[in-house]
Design a protein around this ligand. Structure first.
Ligand SMILES: *Cc1c(COP(=O)(O)O)cnc(C)c1O
Length: 365
């Protein structure tokens, strides 16, 4: 039996009756943009996160870009970002006209390292963007303390961490001045196309974001700001309301798979397993191995999908390479060479994960 890296069809099948009904209801109303379904989802997700405001937008990149703009960070300003992340974290800073300043991550957690943040602060630094990569919450206590000491804003990139909690039971997305979420289909909470949102406890910032996402307009044909068109549509909002009710259960299934891998692979020499924290939501289960490419090929031969997040660091991408040289971020570069994402998700059976672990054990024995 083939084991796919990701299978989104099963998520639809599990909720088919409710989703199909929703599709009919929406088309009966025929209101597609900025309607009651968006308002409802925004309230539900705000309650879920424990924040005052959620603002739906078109995608995760916009959620981050608009956050930066709403916080009045612009050309000449610097935002500290992790070197190891998806490129969107950096692009949001660039898109807002500011400069991303990358710092190394912790090799055990893959997350931004607080002491490296302090070393990167300059007079131009305006904000820190912690990325809760792979569904693990950054060390927010340290990061918030640094932000307070240096008077910096905090913009969380929570695109991979819907429902993740830290050791104090606080949800990713509830710490920063703002937090950006993505609802890209493969995310822990994903819609049927592109989608995203911003979470914030600051009512004024929320108000500004509601303007910015809709042409700078609150009253039709009155434009208070040079806004953009970045709205979460009614269909996506309804899909998300339906799926949100299952998020915790689906995250639990991910944890069960992560626990299985952690147990079954713990004695394999040649692999470094990801650190397991109870609040992680395992958007990805990433192992480190010097034999990454050979292992990936072996898994493919055994009809098991795997993936690499991410094969080339952001600072070595053509988009940013002129500012950096190879070797600038050795930890990040080593991760890119040695990291491998194993199949995980709410619709991957434990028996499939077991089979995957067996094949990995066989490869190393
Ligand atoms: C997916 C993702 C984004 C961007 O979200 P989109 O909805 O694809 O624009 C940003 N940051 C991280 C870490 C992501 O994984």
């Amino acid at each position: 039996m083939e084991i796919e890296f990701l299978n989104l069809k099963k998520a639809y099948q599990e909720l088919k009756t409710e989703l199909d009904q929703a599709w009919q209801d929406i088309n009966n109303d025929a209101i597609y943009i900025l309607g009651r379904r968006l308002e409802q989802f925004e309230q539900e997700f705000a309650t879920y996160l424990g924040v005052r405001n959620v603002i739906g937008v078109a995608n995760g990149l916009d959620a981050l870009t608009l956050s930066i703009k709403a916080l009045d960070i612009k050309s000449g300003d610097e935002v500290i970002v992790p070197a190891h992340t998806y490129i969107a974290s950096w692009l949001a800073v660039s898109e807002a006209g500011a400069t991303p300043v990358p710092v190394e991550v912790n090799p055990a957690t893959f997350l931004i390292e607080p002491k490296n943040i302090i070393a990167a602060i300059t007079t131009k630094t305006k904000a820190i963007m912690p990325v809760h990569l792979y569904g693990k919450v950054c060390d927010m206590q340290s990061i918030l303390a640094i932000a307070k000491e240096y008077n910096l804003k905090v913009i969380e990139d929570a695109a991979q961490a819907h429902g993740a909690i830290d050791s104090n039971n606080r949800k990713a997305g509830a710490f920063g001045d703002t937090a950006g979420f993505s609802f890209y289909p493969g995310k822990n909470l994903g819609c049927f196309g592109d989608g995203g949102c911003i979470a914030t406890n600051d009512d004024q910032i929320a108000e500004k974001l509601r303007l910015l996402r809709n042409y700078g307009s609150k009253v039709r044909y009155e434009h208070l700001e040079k806004g953009v068109n970045s709205r979460l549509d009614e269909i996506q909002a309804k899909v998300l309301s339906i799926k949100l009710k299952h998020l915790d259960e689906w995250n639990t299934r991910r944890r069960n798979i992560a626990r299985l891998y952690s147990e079954e692979l713990k004695n394999v020499s040649g692999i470094i397993l990801p650190k397991y924290d109870d609040g992680d939501v395992w958007h990805m289960f990433c192992i480190i191995t010097k034999k990454r490419d050979e292992l990936k090929d072996y898994l493919t031969q055994n009809k098991i999908g795997s993936s690499i997040h991410y094969p080339k660091p952001v600072h070595m991408q053509n988009a940013y390479a002129k500012n950096y040289h190879k070797g600038a971020f050795p930890i990040t570069e080593r991760i890119s060479d040695e990291i491998l994402s194993l199949p995980i998700g709410p619709h991957l059976g434990l028996h499939e994960a077991q089979q995957c672990a067996n094949v990995i054990n066989r490869f190393f024995s």
